[in-house]
Design a protein around this ligand. Sequence first.
Ligand code: FAD
Ligand code: FES
Ligand code: FES
Length: 471
Amino acid sequence: MNPQAITADTIRFILNGKEVSFAVRPDTTALDLIRNHAHLVGTKEGCAEGDCGACTVLVRRGDGPRQAANACIMTAAQLDGVELTTVEGLKHNGVMTPLQDAMASNGSSQCGFCTPGIVMSLTGLLEASAEPEEEAIHDALAGNLCRCTGYRPIVEAAKAAAKTGVRSPEPADLPQWHSEISFDGSVLHQPAALDDLTALRAQYPDATILAGGTDLGVARADYHSDWDRIISTRRVKELRAMEETAEAWTFGAAVTWEEILQTVRSEYPSLATLIRRFGSTQIRAMGTVGGNIGTASPIGDGPPALIALGASITLASQANGARTLPLEDFFLDYRKTELRPDEVIVSVTVPRPKGGEEFRVYKLSKRYDQDISTVCAAFWIAMEGSHVSACRIAYGGMAAIPKRAKTMENKLLGRELDSDSVADAVHSLHDDFSPLSDWRGSAAYRMQTAKALLERFARDLKGEAVEVMAL
Ligand SMILES: Cc1cc2nc3c(=O)[nH]c(=O)nc-3n(C[C@H](O)[C@H](O)[C@H](O)COP(=O)(O)OP(=O)(O)OC[C@H]3O[C@@H](n4cnc5c(N)ncnc54)[C@H](O)[C@@H]3O)c2cc1C
Ligand code: FES
Ligand code: FES
């Protein structure tokens, strides 16, 4: 659908089946809009940082299913032209859904504060998959904290509801969206094409480039910052594109982690396991690959994996057109990147496996689900006969940027991957990294686990590692 090329002063969307419009600043949080402007208070605020799931709502942004998302870190800007369902919109003709019934009859709620969010997350799951495995139910709940009930009765309710069949309402006709919305000093631009995006970027280099908002939303809540000018990437067709050739996938910068997970799952199962641990269902539905790279966190999970896979990144500006560089060269220093003030990230190209290669990525975090890495280690090797002919090893959490362990790589090249070469490589890690201590882990812990992960990789390839817990 093309935008209405006029400036509007309201955000228009479908709310619980009805078209609504609100005159609010585009940088208002969706949670504020829902609770304080639409007066629907079933959606709760717990952490305000995307961690607890109390604010979970369902969002449909196109033809796809309704997806769970965190209203606390979403902005009104992201609601324009979408379908939003809050817990008040689940009942059909005044009757609770089978899931709500099952939650009530299974004793799945005590104080009830988390319950609307849990119902929304599980509704998203049951609509996408009629008979989910137990593991999928746990996945769907990874972003929802319940401090009193315990999860067993909640999981039982989900299973019981799945047996009765879940009604997925017909998608509503989405309202026309606007290329520009301006209210009370905050302006939202929604370009539809890359040329328009780069033109806006050149004109407003200080504007906030907004993708899924899962990093920006947290920063905004932490620092109480306002965004007076937002340029959204989510309607830019080049940034939403996914291309596939025999050699590689190219993911537009605004492609979400959930979409990438579905694409890479069969060819890179280890990458799929990492993405499955990326935040929660809510975060993966909104968070994009471009945002993960753009935020340039030293502990982001995407970059080490993508660097080890040999990914490249394409940037573009109005003045100089497009340029492509290896992803590892994008990161310069702590939160400093190659991105120039007038540039945007267009896409990331990831080579597909050619055969004769091995790839594994391991994430160490304090909690298995919904946590950022302390150390993330990604290993890619190609073998010729029994010898390592090429290799890329990248770590997150070990330096100010996600970075390759080049000395370690050189210790393995041309050799068998045996205990001698691995021991040499492990000892050389001090030449590549001097990690910092922080509350996630001391420098010594990081160094020791980073070494152990290479040993783990070598043992995994030989089928020796005991799978205590999927790393
Ligand atoms: C609860 C929670 C859990 C999380 N868990 C993880 C995790 O497990 N692993 C992990 O790595 N991260 C995690 N994150 C961080 C975040 O979800 C990811 O970094 C995500 O990929 C960011 O994407 P986004 O689209 O939401 O980015 P946004 O927040 O929209 O943007 C992030 C930055 O990138 C810039 N940007 C976005 N797109 C472009 C573009 N096309 N061109 C130029 N700049 C651009 C923005 O201006 C901004 O500076 C978590 C976040 C939360 C809130
Ligand atoms: S309020 Fe906790 S995730 Fe939104
Ligand atoms: S029922 Fe109290 S937090 Fe879940």
